[in-house]
Design a protein around this ligand. Structure first.
Ligand code: COA
Length: 563
């Protein structure tokens, strides 16, 4: 089919659906929902068989849905209606939730339901439910809906449901003196990634994000108890939580580490050391037999200079241990999205902080790559982008959960040249001919496609638990069978490569180009970062997405009444 994706932003769900539809042989183009006129224009140019809307914040114009079938992906079961479906599902403690594919009519979310799926709710952030459970359900339901549409079958009328207005700030405001830990976490989860739970701290309006449970500490309800790295601990009625990130209105309205935003308060708190074993902090390590698993669950997959340094210290510590194979497991939502663009945007000199951050990423890549007395595996349970993808390639094996979406290029960040030793790592995997295919390709890629290209070694099971199990089994096998031979081969290969061209040379060449990106005359990287961090609304659809705009001036495919 010829399908037009219409979305508010080309977000994770839109990216996954885009890649899945193309892999299934459909002809796909994208238009961002900028105005009714732009949408109508896109439909006129592309003449789609259907419009698919994975992520919309407004109604589809009447003239469009009246002319072409429009399939809305709604993150709620049939009958559920309204813009904050997942927020309400978390707040209402729904045990099960769903996704519906609704054919657009004049009534918002009120049209016939072509397909739906359900999933069991987890105690997790809204953004995490969206990226994993909603996304998997949406892909399955969309394919069923398209089949139905292809066969000309109508959808079912929606069951009597209810319209839910957006959640008001007071409906999830925390009452520190009464709310228990469960309730506080639930409120914050329901608003994370956006819009955050509003509160007032020392006369300052803040929004809370990235909360997790503290296992031991307690205090007077509402009392600030401790800091650990960049997170702050606050007591609830029956325990305590860690707050990782906050935002404040004003000059820097984006998410920053809590201890930075509330620096004075943080300075007066007792400081706790992060601990790899207890999981107080984003870096955790555990061993199962000869396999060590190192998780690094950095918020939004963003790795600041400090995060990279902490992970490097952890790497050095686990290297000294007895594990024969080390799995780099990233976080459950993201493996890594490269440098922390928010931290860079918040710094006094964005160029200096970019420089420090990329050097810290490179140190990490180098440390993984030069670990020749262990076998290393990057296990991507969640998505990865830009420098995060290339960091993963520093391991001996790269496995990804099926369903993971990779953005293995730096182009969308103002044409950054990129580092993380990609000029050494990438040709080893895809050959010199494959470099352009990866670096010049600005579109997201499924794990399976990345494996076909040779960018990664394998796409594993799609279910997160099955994938973890699969990784552990395969890693255990690597640790026993022919481990010594594999280690010797690895050392010999590294020595040969180093003799041919030292890693330091690759790094210096990459950094020379990055220096120009950060300090040179072309401001593209700084502009792209500013826009991403501040979520600036799109004013146009990039041409690499809007394929229909390549066809301007070409004869139309067939006649369809213009909307
Ligand atoms: N640094 C800081 N924040 C980042 C980030 C990064 N490198 N990558 C993603 N994020 C944040 C986004 O700002 C967003 O924040 P929010 O929760 O405040 O809305 C959140 O992560 C989710 O990102 P979003 O773009 O909504 O998710 P997505 O799944 O739709 O897209 C990416 C994911 C990774 C494709 C996209 O965010 C991206 O291109 N990030 C930049 C990657 C990059 O260029 N890194 C630096 C070069 S190494």
């Amino acid at each position: 089919m010829r399908l037009l994706l219409l979305c508010h932003a080309f977000n994770s769900l839109s990216q996954r659906i885009h890649a899945e539809l193309i892999a299934a042989g459909h002809e796909v183009s994208v238009e961002l929902d900028i105005s009714d006129e732009v949408t109508a224009d896109a439909v006129r140019l592309f003449e789609p068989d259907a419009v698919v809307a994975p992520f919309l914040k407004r109604k589809i114009p009447d003239a469009v849905w009246q002319a072409v079938p429009c399939l809305i992906i709604h993150p709620g079961p049939p009958g559920d209606r309204g813009a904050n479906a997942l927020d309400w599902a978390i707040l209402d403690q729904e045990p099960e939730w769903g996704v519906s594919v609704i054919q657009a009519t004049g009534e918002l979310d009120g049209g016939p339901v072509l397909a739906s799926r359900t999933f069991a709710m987890r105690a997790a952030r809204k953004s995490s439910l969206y990226r994993l459970d909603v996304t998997e359900a949406a892909v399955a339901a969309l394919f069923e809906a398209l089949d139905k549409l292809g066969r000309g079958e109508p959808g079912d009328s929606p069951p009597p449901g209810r319209w839910r207005d957006p959640v008001k700030p007071d409906q999830r405001r925390i009452d520190w003196s009464h709310d228990d830990t469960e309730t506080v976490l639930r409120k914050i989860y329901s608003a994370d990634g956006a819009p955050g739970v509003i509160d007032e701290v020392e006369g300052q309006v803040v929004r809370y994000f990235n909360a997790r449970r503290e296992p031991e500490l307690e205090g007077k309800p509402g009392q600030w108890l401790a800091r650990c790295d960049q997170a702050l601990c606050r007591a609830t009625r029956d325990g305590a939580i860690w707050l990782g990130h906050l935002s404040t209105p004003g000059e820097k309205p984006f998410k920053r580490p809590a201890a930075r935003v509330l620096a004075d308060l943080a300075a007066g708190l007792p400081s706790l050391e992060p601990d790899l074993a207890t999981g107080r902090g984003p870096i955790r390590y555990r061993e199962t037999g000869p396999v060590g698993v190192l998780e690094f669950d950095f918020y939004n997959g963003a790795m600041s200079t400090l995060d990279c340094q902490a992970l490097l210290a952890a790497w050095r510590e686990v290297r000294r241990g007895s594990a024969r194979v080390i799995v780099l497991a990233g976080g459950s939502d993201f493996w890594s999205n490269g440098m922390d663009l928010n931290a860079i945007e918040a710094a006094e000199s964005a160029a200096d902080e970019s420089w420090a951050n990329i050097n810290a990423m490179d140190d990490l890549a180098e440390a993984i790559l030069t670990t020749t007395d262990k076998l290393t595996i990057s296990a991507l349970r969640g998505n990865a982008a830009a420098g995060g993808v290339f960091l993963a390639l520093a391991a001996d094996r790269v496995w990804a959960r099926s369903g993971v979406v990779l953005n293995p290029h730096y182009k969308n960040m103002g044409n950054l040249y990129g580092s993380e030793l990609w000029t050494y790592l990438l040709p080893r995997r895809v050959g010199t001919d494959g470099i352009d295919q990866v670096m010049g390709h600005r579109l997201p890629m499924l794990a399976g496609q990345a494996a076909e290209l040779g960018l990664i070694d394998q796409a594993g099971p799609g279910d997160p638990e099955d994938f973890d199990q699969y990784v552990l089994e395969q890693a255990t096998e690597l640790a026993s069978e022919n481990w010594q031979q594999a280690i010797e081969a690895k050392q010999a290969q590294r020595d040969r490569d180093e003799a041919e061209k030292p890693l330091a040379e690759y790094r210096a060449e990459e950094l020379e180009r990055m220096r120009l990106n950060f300090y040179g005359f072309d401001p593209s990287y700084h502009v792209a970062r500013y826009r991403l961090v501040r979520r600036t609304p799109h004013a146009w659809t990039p041409l690499y997405l809007a394929r229909h705009r390549h066809r301007v001036g070409k004869p139309a495919r067939r006649r369809r009444p213009a909307p």
